[in-house]
Design a protein around this ligand. Structure first.
Ligand code: ZN
Length: 263
């Protein structure tokens, strides 16, 4: 009898240690790790988006079963820090050094996953990081509308796990939309999920995007990546459709299988 009690007590103690400090909450370490990189010394409208995105992902972490780490220290974008990261998110900025560029390439080529918003994909024709442009589907930044404006979006594929909760089109709240040259749609590996509806054009007042093909959400199927052009100002999360899109986009990346090369 004493032995049975001792075994029982040891089991209780082990359970208590596993749960940590007597808390009944499940240990977050069991969930895949999502790391958000963002910056603060940036365009104010991009910071507003980043702050709301941080709140959104934090609020969903338990329900959607991931452990969230957020940092403004882009030097953490290195092999050691990334080795147990399932999905990396860039909210409002991109890497700053060659070491970070190298670590990102290695992470993605090794099977890591990336969710990028708005300015995080910015590159222009003078950018020397050709791998990154190719990763995005070959497009350099083209034009943007100014001021930020709402737009009608076409959901080109409503069967994708990313867009499964979206209608075939919806009104997106105010955003600064980017066009890309050439359009990433021309890359045979790119799958465009959402684009600007033709009825928006020309869009802008001070700066205008003329009628053209403007993909807004896409994936390069060579990688576990998803890019969303939303990310300017404090209206992005006023749309239920966009909240569903962003939540399902992250869930899709979290669900992607490990590859033979790593993650
Ligand atoms: Zn912007």
């Amino acid at each position: 009898m004493k032995t049975k009690i001792a075994v029982f007590l040891m089991a209780v103690m082990a359970w208590g240690m596993a749960m940590g400090q007597g808390s009944l909450a499940p240990t977050p370490a069991a969930h895949p790790k999502v790391v958000i990189f963002y910056s603060v010394g940036i365009e104010y409208d991009h910071l507003l988006f980043a702050q709301q995105a941080l709140q959104f992902f934090t609020a969903n972490a338990n329900k959607d079963k991931y452990t969230l780490v957020a940092t403004t220290d882009w030097n953490q974008l290195n092999d050691e820090f990334l080795k147990d990261v399932k999905v990396m998110v860039w909210l409002d900025d991109e890497v700053h050094s060659q070491a970070q560029r190298d670590a990102f390439e290695k992470y993605m080529e090794g099977g890591g996953a990336w969710l990028g918003f708005h300015v995080s994909a910015y590159n222009d024709r003078s950018s020397k990081w050709t791998w990154f442009r190719s990763f995005l589907g070959g497009g350099a930044f083209g034009l943007n509308n100014w001021p930020p404006l709402p737009a009608k979006l076409v959901v080109e594929d409503t069967t994708s796990p990313v867009t499964k909760r979206l209608p075939q089109s919806f009104e997106a709240p105010s955003n600064e939309w980017y066009s890309w040259t050439p359009s990433p749609r021309l890359d045979p590996n790119v799958k465009v999920l959402i684009s600007l509806d033709k009825s928006n054009f020309p869009i802008g007042i001070k700066d205008v995007i003329p009628p053209t093909d403007v993909p807004v959400v896409w994936t390069n199927t060579k990688y576990k990546m998803l890019y969303l052009n939303m990310g300017h100002g404090d209206k992005i999360f006023t749309s239920d459709e966009q909240k569903n899109l962003i939540e399902d986009g992250l869930q899709w990346l979290l669900s992607r299988q490990q590859t033979a090369t790593g993650k």
